[in-house]
Design a protein around this ligand. Structure first.
Ligand SMILES: Cc1cc2nc3c(=O)[nH]c(=O)nc-3n(C[C@H](O)[C@H](O)[C@H](O)COP(=O)(O)OP(=O)(O)OC[C@H]3O[C@@H](n4cnc5c(N)ncnc54)[C@H](O)[C@@H]3O)c2cc1C
Length: 433
């Protein structure tokens, strides 16, 4: 990993849980072994524990939240996947409706989890999707109707013209769809709170324990440098950090990158001007700017390169220039931190869950395409159903096929640039540009 991307994050600098887990140093047995200590691994394990499975082992290569889970914008958005039309032909009209219904569960799963286990994760409601032009305003009107149809109880309201300033303090937008069901969260504290809950169910978590080798069979054997775990079921939950250990799923994704900055703490009046709702935001372009305020009055601002796929030399300066296009009045504000990380994407930008064709006891979850805080909570709930008693919605989500991405290592930047170009172009007729 590029060292700039690995710089200190806002999340690591403000984490409230001092959890440390040992390195695996013996040979042990388990009912389920999970590889990867991000939202996917910990959430699926916690769901399994809530299904009554006690002997669960989670192996994390570095520390919990080392991956995207400890680097993201903390945005709790509606939905899973980017463009459900891309999967319509595989799941049919009814399947699509069911996926749209499932998609709406995410924020409530997070909120319930926080309440149930008393997790201290700065959860806050209030999300606005932002449009620059009339085409995007039309799209937001359509979204408003769709969101209301699945969630009639929640405050969902479109603002246009000068009214937009009631939601966000920027002159660049012409419309804002406020969705009070979404919001933002301190993702690392959420993960660590969930991990603490998981340990409370009796699961064993090991950090600094990279998996080096896996032997499949009725009982899978997972080996690290100093120990092993044998279990009848296993889960790959390494997302953009998989590094080729399981080629069948590795070749179905490719990484692109996103970058974040965090400002110094700002005066109350400035925060009130930026975000009267103290919420989270993203525009609806194919490559979004996304930002939110934090509990300590900082602004977190993130984005990805719009076309050419590259890692900017100076992440602070790169993100700052985008931030100033939206909020020019922040020109004298100091940028305290900047970091980045991989967004693991499949060709259809839809999350991938299932089990390996020849090994029905080996499960996987990956490829949230930069959009995993809420979706991982939904998808992993469904995955845990698939790993236990089975469910119609597991069958539905796991039925979506995912193509191999040819020469993903050799041609990564070329392919992600081509993917961005296609998304930018199709964004016009999808009403997102
Ligand atoms: C900069 C950035 C901004 C983002 N912003 C948002 C946002 O605002 N909203 C949103 O919804 N999503 C966002 N995302 C995406 C979201 O964070 C991810 O989709 C989500 O966290 C993925 O969780 P995960 O558990 O699948 O993967 P990860 O969190 O990446 O965890 C995978 C883990 O697997 C471990 N691992 C890998 N190989 C091995 C091995 N051999 N042995 C043991 N462990 C291994 C890794 O060390 C890592 O900890 C963002 C991502 C980035 C990078």
């Amino acid at each position: 990993m590029n060292t700039k991307l690995d710089s200190l994050t806002y999340y690591a600098a403000t984490k409230k849980y001092d959890l440390r887990f040992p390195t695996l140093s013996e040979d042990i047995d388990a009912d389920v072994v999970v590889i990867g200590g991000g939202f996917s691994g910990i959430n699926t394990a916690l769901e399994l524990a809530e299904h009554g499975i006690r002997n669960i082992v989670v192996l994390e290569a570095k520390h919990l939240g080392y991956g995207g889970t400890g680097r993201n914008g903390g945005q709790i958005m509606a939905g899973i996947g980017h463009d459900l039309d891309a999967i319509a032909k595989h799941v049919g009209e009814d399947g699509l409706k069911e996926i749209f219904r499932i998609s709406n569960l995410g924020a409530s799963i997070i909120r319930d989890r926080i309440d149930k286990y008393g997790i201290d994760a700065d959860f806050r409601n209030g999300y606005a999707y932002l449009g620059f032009n009339s085409r995007q305003e039309k799209t937001l009107r359509e979204w408003e109707a769709s969101f209301r149809a699945v969630d009639p109880e929640t405050e969902i309201q479109l603002y246009t013209g000068q009214e937009v300033r009631k939601v966000v303090g920027s002159d660049v937008y012409g419309s804002a769809l406020l969705h009070m069901g979404g919001g933002h969260v301190h993702s690392l504290n959420l993960l660590l709170g969930e991990a603490q809950a998981l340990a409370g169910h009796g699961a064993r978590i090991f950090e600094n324990s990279p998996v080096l080798d896996v032997e499949y069979g009725d009982r899978v054997t997972v080996r690290t440098a100093m120990g092993s775990v044998r279990a009848p079921k296993m889960l790959w939950a390494c997302n953009g950090f998989l590094n080729g250990l399981e080629p069948q799923i590795y070749r179905k994704t490719v990484n692109t990158y996103a970058f974040q900055l965090c400002t110094e703490p700002l005066p109350d009046e400035l925060i009130e001007r930026i975000s009267p709702i103290r919420g989270a935001y993203s525009d609806i372009r194919p490559i979004i700017d996304y930002y939110r305020v934090t509990n300590e009055n900082r602004l977190l601002f993130g984005s990805a390169t719009a076309l050419l796929d590259y890692i900017p030399g100076d992440l602070k300066a790169w993100n700052r220039s985008l931030m100033l296009k939206v909020f020019p009045y922040l020109k004298d504000v100091n940028i305290d931190l900047a970091w980045g990380g991989p967004l693991c994407c499949g060709a259809n930008l839809f999350p991938q869950i299932g089990s390996l064709p020849q090994h029905p006891n080996v499960f996987y979850v990956q490829a949230y395409a930069g959009f995993g805080v809420t979706p991982s909570h939904i998808v992993c709930k469904v995955l845990a159903e698939g790993m236990t008693e089975g469910s119609a919605r597991y069958d539905l989500l796991s039925s979506v096929p995912h193509v191999d991405i040819f020469a993903k290592d050799q041609l990564r930047a070329v392919m992600t640039t081509a993917g961005k170009a296609w998304n930018q172009l199709s964004g016009f007729w999808k009403g997102r540009r």
